[in-house]
Write a protein that binds this ligand. Structure first.
Ligand code: UDP
Length: 455
């Protein structure tokens, strides 16, 4: 009703790593398309890689706080600096944008769930607060169980773990931050503490969709109301009819767009293995060598993303020797690549965005999880949704070149490939259904927007 509609302004605060910025920016675009005014806080300031030509306004909060390597190398120091900067700057920005209570407008901070203290700042400034979870509900539930002491860490020595709403999990199916708490204690804390303000947030938004995680979502929904809003993938990739729509993003790395597209255009349908380990994972030198040799030995075409900082680990002469079959780039336009008809398989580290992107675009996966939530996502990909297979390590913790080759051959045409492709097409349809008009995620977004306007 018109009388209930007042000026509504939304501020979005992602944690500054690519895998958090992407879904929160895409969600911001959806909110703009529903008529809200949205400002996304950036940590890249004036750097050229932040693209600023879309309807979501960008506001720099800091120009020297990109996380990437620093987050993995010295997380404690980084997180401390991050909190200090945001605590100082966020109230200043809220005031600058005229969002505080005195202005009679309805304002909301959508904050990354890994920074639950942002809700306290929002409340002090008179804003509503919505926590945005960038990981799967399965993974969120595991961390919730740890937070509540229902799953004790360090883990007890037992062969499997039973968590309501989830299949029986072995130790290595849990997130690494749960079974290996010594490796990155600060990141274990960060993940578990997502639930500090869980009940106090006005909304909890999760980048997943109902049919994908029905049982565990229903369990979490019994604790408090949550809204699934994913996949946050732009419609033009999900629906070919919208192909000409303009898209834009914030890239923390420079994508080699034309090189990837031209190369893919020259390849036959379903003939290419796309390989990427996301923005943070760093492979050991030996693993890199086995991966390179496995790709070469698979005899498939491959498009491999090797970040600039990882290139030194490639075996000598690999690029020259494999140039007929493979293309190595330092960053790709991943959604375009996954949506390209030449791509028949995605060898992925199973970051949640990559997993959701491949699943929603119907691309079968070879799961090669590295750390964080990737192990759990790999379990779901292989055993629950059955849209891929998981590569297995040998006794030394290496996925050998033979295993890489075996997995690629299996997905590209082995015994299981037909069933996996069939499942991939099924999940793609369900993902598209969730975000299309009237789908579960679309309805939840409409409801969120309506509730915001009436607050
Ligand atoms: N991505 C990209 N180009 C690349 C590799 C990744 O655009 O070459 C994007 C990918 O589409 C995804 C994000 O970067 O949205 C990575 O997020 P994810 O959760 O998969 O992994 P993370 O980087 O957090 O480990």
């Amino acid at each position: 009703k018109q009388e209930n509609v007042c000026e509504t302004q939304v501020l979005v605060l992602p944690f500054p790593v690519q895998g958090h910025v992407n879904p929160m920016l895409q969600f911001s675009k959806r909110l703009v398309s529903k008529g809200l005014e949205v400002t996304l806080l950036t940590f890249t300031g004036n750097k050229p890689l932040a693209v600023q030509d879309g309807p979501v306004k960008l506001e720099p909060i800091s120009d020297d706080l990109e996380a990437d390597n620093l987050l993995v190398e010295s997380p404690d120091a980084y997180l401390e600096r991050f909190k200090a900067v945001v605590t100082l700057r966020l109230p200043q920005i809220i005031a600058k944008l005229g969002m505080s209570k005195s202005n009679h407008s309805v304002s909301c901070l959508i904050y990354d769930s890994v920074i639950p203290w942002a809700l306290d700042i929002a409340k002090q400034q008179g804003l509503h607060g919505a926590a945005f979870f960038t990981q799967s509900c399965a993974v969120n539930t595991i961390f919730y169980n740890v937070h509540e002491g229902l799953l004790k860490v360090p883990l007890a020595a037992q062969s499997s773990f039973s968590i309501v709403g989830l299949p029986l999990l072995e130790e290595y199916d849990l997130p690494t931050f749960v079974y290996d708490i010594g490796a990155y204690p600060a990141l274990t804390h960060l993940s578990v503490n997502q639930f500090l303000n869980f009940r106090k947030a006005d909304w909890v938004l999760v980048n997943t969709f109902t049919s994908l995680e029905e049982e565990v979502l229903s369990w979490m929904g019994s604790l408090r109301s949550i809204k699934t809003i994913g996949p946050t993938i732009p419609s033009k990739y999900l629906d070919k009819r919208l192909e000409d729509d303009k898209d834009y993003g914030i890239h923390l790395f420079k994508p080699e767009i034309d090189i990837c597209n031209n190369w893919l255009n020259s390849k036959e349908t379903g003939s290419v293995v796309y390989v990427s380990f996301g923005s943070l994972a760093a492979l050991g030198e030996e693993q890199m060598k086995d991966l390179a040799l496995g790709l070469k030995g698979s005899n498939s075409y491959f498009l491999w993303v090797v970040r600039e900082t990882e290139k030194k680990k490639l075996p000598a002469n690999f690029l020259e020797e494999s140039s007929e079959k493979g293309l190595v780039v330092s960053w790709s336009p991943q959604l375009e690549v996954l949506a390209h008809k030449a791509v028949g398989c995605f060898m992925t580290h199973c970051g949640w965005n990559s997993t959701l992107e491949a699943l929603s675009l119907g691309v079968p996966m070879v799961a090669v999880p590295q750390f964080s939530d990737q192990t759990t996502n790999a379990k779901l990909v292989a055993d629950v949704w059955q849209v891929g297979i998981r590569a297995r390590m040998d006794d030394k913790g290496i996925i050998t070149k033979e295993e890489i080759e075996r997995c690629i051959r299996e997905i590209m045409g082995g015994d299981k490939s037909k069933a996996i492709k069939w499942n991939s097409d099924k999940w793609k349809k369900l993902a598209v259904q969730a975000v299309n008009e009237g789908g579960s995620s679309d309805k939840n977004i409409d409801e969120f927007v309506a509730q915001l306007r009436c607050k």
